[in-house]
Write a protein that binds this ligand. Structure first.
Ligand code: ATP
Length: 333
């Protein structure tokens, strides 16, 4: 672990001053001041980012935030307007073929020849990439993604989740050091999502692979990402582990929700009088208290002691969705 810290405003890792970007040998993706414009639209705006070897990094943001543009730049498929990009030390614009050999890419919608089987499609990819004696690798990739049984069926009959996993197998055949997945869990059922997330975890833990994934489905990827970067309108507004971002946002405050079966207004007034309760709001029949300490015990004692029937008492956690919306709203406003 290095002694650098995440710089929230730029998303870079910095040491000493906030502007000094540190380069470490374990950084396999390095992006400095990347800007991409399409006419008047700035898709990516002065992006700085470092991704370490062996980490799962989630690029999160709403549609149009610039995630795909960033990914395509890393793959050498889009040329930056300005700034520099390095993947495994290579410049993707100038060394696109070498980057392609060492970086697996799974787009959000993976296309295969429907009349060919899963295995035949992977053989085709192996041939295109000049991989000889690929049978073992193909079998291993199919095994990794849980498609061994379906391998000899035509992909025209595969579900969306199976195609997504075949897409990952297709990238694995190249034995890549870095895997880039664009919206890997989109439009697949919960069981399929679990399989994909388990697989991502295994690639990191068992093969030391670096994984960069993009998503706007925050709940789904939260558990698998070591760090996330929140992308809004082409800019990275926050970087860190989910826990770090949550702590930064909470700033020592907790939010408690309460429901009673009787006089909600009276209960809210009683809660507002307690020490450590900063603010009390109503969300329908729910009372929401912003507190500077965990006062759930005190709230329960007060309400029950005053004769209220307590139906619900819960401390809200800053899960990724909340974190993301808070950062997003701060940025927009
Ligand atoms: N080839 C293009 N020509 C013009 N504008 C583009 C082009 N590609 C992307 N954009 C614009 O750049 C911005 C960022 O798009 P991008 O696809 O990178 O976002 P995204 O975060 O990946 O969104 P999504 O989740 O919808 O794919 C959007 O405003 C988009 O309309």
């Amino acid at each position: 672990m290095d002694d650098s810290v995440a710089n929230v405003s730029t998303g870079t890792e910095t040491k000493g001053t906030a502007t000094e970007v540190v380069d470490l040998p374990e950084h396999v993706i390095k992006i400095d001041r990347l800007t991409k414009r399409y006419g008047d639209v700035t898709a990516v705006d002065r992006l700085d980012l470092r991704v370490r070897k062996g980490e799962v990094f989630g690029l999160l943001g709403p549609n149009g935030a610039g995630k795909t543009t960033t990914i395509l730049t890393l793959l050498g498929l889009i040329e930056p307007t300005s700034g520099t990009v390095r993947v495994l030390g290579m410049n993707p614009t100038k060394e696109a073929i070498k980057v392609k050999q060492r970086v697996g890419y799974v787009p959000d919608s993976v296309g295969f020849y429907p009349s060919m089987t899963g295995r035949e499609n992977l053989r085709y990819t192996a041939r295109l990439n000049g991989i000889k004696d690929a049978e073992d690798r193909i079998a291993d990739a199919l095994e990794q993604v849980g498609l061994t049984e379906a391998a000899d069926r035509r992909t025209g009959g595969y579900s969306r989740g199976m195609l997504q996993r075949l897409g990952i197998a297709d990238a694995l055949v190249k034995n890549p050091q870095v895997m880039i997945l664009d919206e890997p869990t989109i439009a697949i059922d919960p069981e399929g999502v679990k399989l994909v997330l388990d697989l991502i975890r295994r690639l990191r833990d068992e093969r030391g692979m670096t994984v960069l994934l993009s998503s706007h489905l925050l709940y789904q990827v939260q558990e698998v990402c070591d760090r996330v970067g929140i992308f809004v309108r082409g800019r990275l507004v926050a970087v860190g582990s989910v826990e770090e971002l949550s702590q930064r946002l909470a700033q020592g405050r907790t939010v408690t929700e309460i429901a009673v079966a009787d006089d909600v207004d009276l209960a809210a007034r009683r809660i507002a009088k307690l020490d450590s309760v900063q603010q009390v709001d109503r969300e329908g029949d729910l009372i929401v208290a912003v507190c500077t300490a965990d006062v759930r015990g005190k709230i329960a004692e007060t309400l029950v002691g005053a004769g209220h029937t307590l139906l619900h008492l819960r401390q809200r956690s800053s899960h990724l969705d909340e974190i993301y919306h808070r950062y997003f709203h701060e940025q927009v406003n």
